[in-house]
Design a protein around this ligand. Structure first.
Ligand code: ATP
Length: 341
């Protein structure tokens, strides 16, 4: 559905040249939810703006739904933009128009008749769960409801791709979750391709199938969300993964235990998919004459299955502890022996 080859975007500024996007290759499949994560200034906005033709690449090919966006102009670019919709962090609604009128706006531009427009607006209001609010003005709505209007408006002309630019960053955690649930629902019902940019790993974990991590204009790591969670390679990816998998005080707890129990081993186990349910700890206690203390644990759900981490202290005779470590490594579980940071 979307392919980027050797895409580069350079801005000439008063202070010199800024390479916002630096030689990116990406491929996004029809019907998937693809996340791009990075810190501020990584180049995410520039990248997403190239996907709907708001920016043209300095170099490379941006192909969306069979069109090379760097090449299309005029009428064809307008048609392409109807197939690629976008929602924004601050909603970008028309404040003097009602919910219905906001949603109808892109239909008016596309020349849809009044009766067709009214029918479509009613469908969209139901789809995003805004029944009864059609005649309200944006100022009378909560943040989550405003974003629902943004989503309905973005879907009005049946786009093939929905781009989400930090769409939940202005919302509280509970509202964020409900908007993310809505995006998953729309993705499934309409088999819509969704590309989102965010700086929050929670968003990636909750709804994305695949993720690309951006740093200094480059994609430094990409893959299935579950795989990236299980084995993050780059330091920046590790930092993002930790945002959602480890309680904040984990390193502190580990340091404390390493100091308190210099004997034995403190280990981190990472379970993925079905292995998250294996009775590993029971097996360890039954098979080896060692002490097993569970220190901390967390299981998170991703679109591709469960992902969990568990911190455990193993203590006993050194040979038995080593045997237990060997046994764990034979299971479908990642193991890391913790040392001082
Ligand atoms: N129109 C522009 N002119 C000059 N420099 C720009 C322009 N747009 C972006 N940049 C620069 O390109 C780099 C990447 O910016 P971009 O906005 O794409 O990053 P980002 O990851 O989306 O960050 P943020 O979330 O803060 O917007 C930054 O150094 C930024 O200053």
């Amino acid at each position: 559905m979307i392919s980027l080859q050797g895409v580069k975007k350079v801005f000439k500024t008063k202070n010199g040249i800024v390479t916002a996007v630096d030689n990116i290759d990406l491929s996004i499949n029809q019907g998937e939810i693809f996340g791009v994560i990075g810190y501020s200034g990584a180049g995410k906005s520039t990248l997403i703006r190239m996907l709907n033709g708001l920016e043209t690449p300095t170099d490379g090919v941006v192909d969306v739904a069979g069109r090379n966006l760097a090449k299309v102009k005029g009428k064809e670019l307008r048609e392409a933009r109807q197939e690629i919709s976008m929602i924004f962090q601050h909603f970008n609604l028309l404040w003097s128009r009602t919910v219905k009128e906001n949603i109808a706006f892109p239909l008016e531009i596309a020349g849809v008749s009044r009766s067709e427009r009214n029918k479509r607006v009613d469908e969209l209001i139901k789809l995003v769960g805004l029944e009864g609010r059609g005649d309200s003005y944006p100022s009378q709505l909560s943040g989550g409801q405003k974003q629902r209007v943004g989503i309905a408006r973005a879907l009005a002309n049946n786009p093939k791709v929905l781009l989400c630019d930090e769409a939940t960053s202005a919302l509280d955690p509970q509202t964020t979750d409900s908007i993310l649930d809505l995006l998953v629902d729309i993705n499934k019902r309409l088999s819509l391709t969704i590309v989102l940019i965010t700086h929050e790993m929670h968003v990636i974990r909750k709804i994305c199938h695949r993720v690309a991590v951006m740093e200094n204009g480059k994609v430094v790591e990409q893959g299935d969300v579950l795989n990236v969670f299980r084995k993050p390679e780059q330091p920046i990816t590790k930092r993002f993964v930790k945002q959602v998998t480890e309680p904040e005080d984990t390193q502190e707890t580990v340091e404390h235990l390493l100091a308190e129990f210099p004997q034995g081993k403190v280990i981190q186990l990472t379970f993925v998919g079905t292995s998250a349910e294996q009775p590993l700890i029971t097996n360890l206690i039954r098979r080896f004459p060692i002490e097993v203390n569970i220190l901390q644990g967390k299981i998170s759900q991703t679109q591709n299955g469960a992902y969990g981490t568990l911190f455990v202290h193993l203590d006993g005779e050194e040979t038995q502890v080593q045997e237990a470590l060997r046994f764990i490594r034979e299971q479908q579980v990642e193991l890391e022996v913790m040392t001082h940071a």
